[in-house]
Design a protein around this ligand. Structure first.
Ligand SMILES: Cc1cc2nc3c(=O)[nH]c(=O)nc-3n(C[C@H](O)[C@H](O)[C@H](O)COP(=O)(O)OP(=O)(O)OC[C@H]3O[C@@H](n4cnc5c(N)ncnc54)[C@H](O)[C@@H]3O)c2cc1C
Ligand code: FES
Ligand code: FES
Length: 485
């Protein structure tokens, strides 16, 4: 396999080639320290505040697609063959303020201004995608942007007014789309990228087969997909991660296939890109998916990374376990498949051998007669990690529960099925009494921990309450049910 020892990308309008890149160098440090593009701010350095939001454009199946990302945890080497757009690149047709910026001024949507470049970039991404957004769509786009002083009302008004000041069709990124697509295509030369700085090393394999080969040769390497976990190992824990092997630039891992057996999601597919296909089959996941992190993290983070990190409080494992999903793991040319629930062995221990990687996730098609729900309990509605996560999948035939898969996160050292509760449901009538009897069995299923997200008693109580909520929501209103104390 021929390789090149430099990364190449476009920054705003400029071609960049770097032959010295450390595996742990962030895009934000490169922008601010190396290029003095200080419009992009550093607030939290952990993907939470959105002050560092930039757009990254990349080719997907030949088409150029831009998404907002947190530059603070995006690793620089991963922008190979991408177009990075910072706040400095925004301008109106005649060089004046961009419509989104002008709307922010007109609606007094900035005070100290620290969050403003990040908010402008998120609203810019929204305006490009959806020039007439509903209020809920603006709120969803801003989940990953914190403003501590202005308050969100003026920002919402600015978002609604931006299209009165200009249309996305005339925007520079759209006008130059064909030209930029050509520039990025020219950067995709099909070679492995192997770039170093001192002893630090980052590898971008050329294909999925090449990834398998690289990991066999470097089983000690840190695999990086969206870096929404790994980025924090760097910025918060100052961990050494070299050598790093990136994977989510690989088209072969970014594919979604739908067939008679179900949905196959490549390990490089982001939360954002997996939403449409999953919610088509399982509409109950729509609201749940929008509760995962904020827009930037959903655009970067992968479902594969959410599984592979083995966290007991990740949001997708309980959902996938309840749906009966399975994984394909690959080492070299060898592949094996296992149910998602068997992947989690113990806290921090997954069934993944050195040199092996998660290649794809398989979600079965929805079956007739099944009843689903997924719940996330967290202190904040937006951009927060679960205290408890629960997913229900019950089959009801002729008024009797014939199958049950119920999985919880935050209740044990791993995401785990509620085996006693499931057993208490099967063969029983589909009614509230059955559900509440099953809820009582959670005492046998789980001994949760007390930590700063929730006490053990709260976790158990809220989990039992979710059985009641599930029952009430299944009674035909289709509306979320909230219980008062
Ligand atoms: C601000 C913020 C908010 C967040 N909110 C949520 C939330 O609401 N819910 C939630 O569940 N999570 C949340 N997270 C955590 C994070 O987004 C997820 O865990 C994410 O899915 C990780 O995916 P990634 O692609 O970024 O993984 P990475 O960070 O790239 O990798 C994570 C781990 O998985 C390994 N890995 C990745 N891909 C593979 C593969 N294909 N094969 C083998 N190993 C692999 C890596 O080596 C690493 O150990 C949040 C994170 C941040 C920073
Ligand atoms: S600096 Fe806060 S999200 Fe990046
Ligand atoms: S204007 Fe000050 S943080 Fe938003």
């Amino acid at each position: 396999m021929t390789s090149r020892s430099e990364i190449r990308f476009v920054l705003n309008g400029q071609d960049i080639t770097l032959d010295q890149v450390a595996a742990d160098e962030t895009l934000l440090d490169f922008l601010r320290i190396d290029r003095r593009l200080t419009g992009t701010k550093e607030g939290c350095a952990e993907g939470d505040c959105g002050a560092c939001t930039v757009l990254v454009g990349r080719l997907q199946a030949g088409a150029l697609h831009y998404e907002p990302v947190n530059a603070c945890i995006r690793l620089l080497a991963s922008v190979d063959a991408c177009h990075v757009v910072t706040i400095e690149h925004l301008s109106g047709p005649g060089g004046q303020l961009h419509p989104v910026q002008q709307a922010m001024v007109d609606h007094h949507a900035s005070q100290c201004g620290f969050c403003t470049p990040g908010i402008v970039m998120s609203l810019y991404a929204l305006w490009m995608e959806n020039p007439a957004p509903l209020e809920i769509e603006i709120e969803t786009a801003l989940q990953g942007n914190l403003c501590r002083c202005t308050g969100y009302e003026p920002i919402l008004r600015a978002a609604q007014a931006a299209s009165d000041l200009g249309s996305p069709t005339g925007d520079a990124l759209n006008r130059e789309r064909n030209h930029m697509t050509g520039r990025l295509k020219a950067l995709c030369d099909g070679r492995r990228v192997d770039v170093r700085k001192g002893t630090s090393r980052a590898i971008l394999p050329a294909s999925v087969d090449d990834l398998a080969e690289v990991l066999l040769a470097h089983p000690e390497a840190t695999i990086v997909a969206g870096a929404t976990d790994v980025g924090l190992w760097v910025t918060k824990f100052l961990q050494e991660i070299s050598p790093v092997v990136f994977l989510n630039h690989l088209e072969g891992l970014r594919r979604i296939e739908v067939g008679p057996d179900g949905i196959k999601i490549g390990a490089g597919v982001s939360y954002t890109d997996s939403r449409a296909v999953l919610t088509a089959g399982y509409p109950h996941l729509a609201a749940f998916w929008d509760r995962i992190a904020g827009w930037q993290i959903r655009a970067m983070g992968t479902v594969g990374g959410n599984l592979a990190n083995g966290s007991p409080i990740g949001d997708t494992p309980p959902v996938l376990i309840a749906l009966g999903a399975s994984l394909t793991l690959r080492k070299g040319a060898d592949r094996r498949r296992l149910p998602v629930e068997d992947f989690f062995i113990d806290y921090g221990k997954q069934d993944l051998a050195p040199g092996e990687f998660l290649e794809s996730i398989h979600v079965p098609q929805s079956k007739k007669g099944t009843r689903h729900a997924a719940y996330k309990i967290s202190k904040r509605r937006d951009e927060d990690i679960s205290a408890v996560c629960a997913a229900f999948n019950l089959t009801v035939e002729d008024g009797t529960i014939t199958a049950a898969r119920i999985a919880f996160g935050g209740m044990a050292a791993t995401p785990k099925r509620a085996a006693h509760a499931e057993a208490a449901l099967i063969g029983q009538p589909w009614d509230e009494a059955t559900l509440m009897q099953a809820a009582a069995c959670l005492d046998d299923d789980f001994s949760p921990l007390t930590d700063w997200r929730a006490s053990a008693a709260y976790r158990l109580q809220v989990s039992k309450n979710l059985f009641r909520r599930f029952w009430l929501e299944q009674q035909g209103t289709g509306q979320p049910v909230r219980l008062s104390a």
